[in-house]
Design a protein around this ligand. Structure first.
Ligand code: MN
Length: 262
């Protein structure tokens, strides 16, 4: 008999427990056979008792529907000054993004959405409600956005510079094309650099859509994103999206972009 029994897997999202537990019991064919099932079950129960975890908690270790959580801001709210002002960051992260997180999780619960990964959630966006789609995109896109920025961004170097030069001719040409995508997105949306197979592509999405969504015209793995919603820049730049985009280049975290190239 072939089997692999995983007792308590490590799950990314355990909403009510509030933190991950490590994987505490994995058996493969060989040691399962040598221990024997009955003894194994007895040991497991004993181990559970020894951990003193209330029985009700175990139900929550079964893979449950996806829950989005807000990443910690990787820098202080004023760290991207003067390119992005502190008040905009505070409202953007603390109000807008927090609301997307809450609303998508509400939608997942209310609509009994059972996807267990972000990948599946976005691959099936066409089946989701507008609330789940918009807030799911808003939740993920902003988590991504915070991470691809940092104070004193500098210029791309190494393999990401090579990839950009190869795809677009030069970093300047890449910036020009990306800026164009950001400027021509009418209304609210995002500009993206994505990897689609072995190709780097630039494009934009409306609202909170992203290139992982099955409904998106632009498809690929996001490497870099720029939020061009007015809430991202209006307090400091008012209607001057072009100035916002131009200054945003100063805070791109190229190391994070490079990481996602693999
Ligand atoms: Mn935003």
């Amino acid at each position: 008999m072939r089997y692999k029994l995983i007792i308590f897997g490590k799950f990314t999202h355990i909403p009510k427990v509030g933190h991950d537990i490590g994987q505490v019991g994995v058996l493969n064919n060989r040691n399962m056979e040598s221990i024997g099932r009955r003894r194994f079950v007895k040991q497991t129960v004993t181990a559970a008792a020894a951990l003193a975890v209330p029985a009700s908690a175990f139900a929550e270790l079964i893979p449950t529907a996806l829950q989005f959580s807000q990443v910690a801001l990787p820098y202080a709210a004023n760290a991207l000054e003067p390119n992005i002002d502190a008040l905009t960051m505070e409202i953007h992260y603390g109000k807008h993004h927090a609301a997307y997180i809450k609303n998508v999780n509400d939608a997942i619960a209310a609509e009994n959405i059972t996807f267990t990964s972000e990948k599946d959630f976005f691959a099936n966006t066409s089946k989701l409600s507008a609330k789940a789609r918009n807030n799911g995109g808003g939740a993920w896109n902003h988590n991504f956005f915070w991470q691809v920025m940092k104070p004193n961004g500098g210029m791309p170097t190494g393999k990401i510079a090579d990839a950009i030069n190869g795809a677009f001719g030069s970093v300047d040409k890449f910036k020009e094309q990306f800026t164009q995508a950001a400027m021509t997105r009418f209304g609210s949306g995002w500009a993206w650099l994505v990897k689609d197979g072995n190709t780097l592509k630039i494009g934009s999405t409306p609202n909170q859509d992203n290139p992982m969504m099955d409904v998106s015209e632009l498809k690929g793995t996001p490497l870099l994103a720029l939020d061009v919603w007015e809430h991202a820049y209006y307090l400091k730049y008012q209607n001057k999206r072009n100035e916002y985009v131009a200054n945003w280049w100063n805070v791109v975290n190229w190391d994070e972009v490079a990481k996602r190239l693999n």
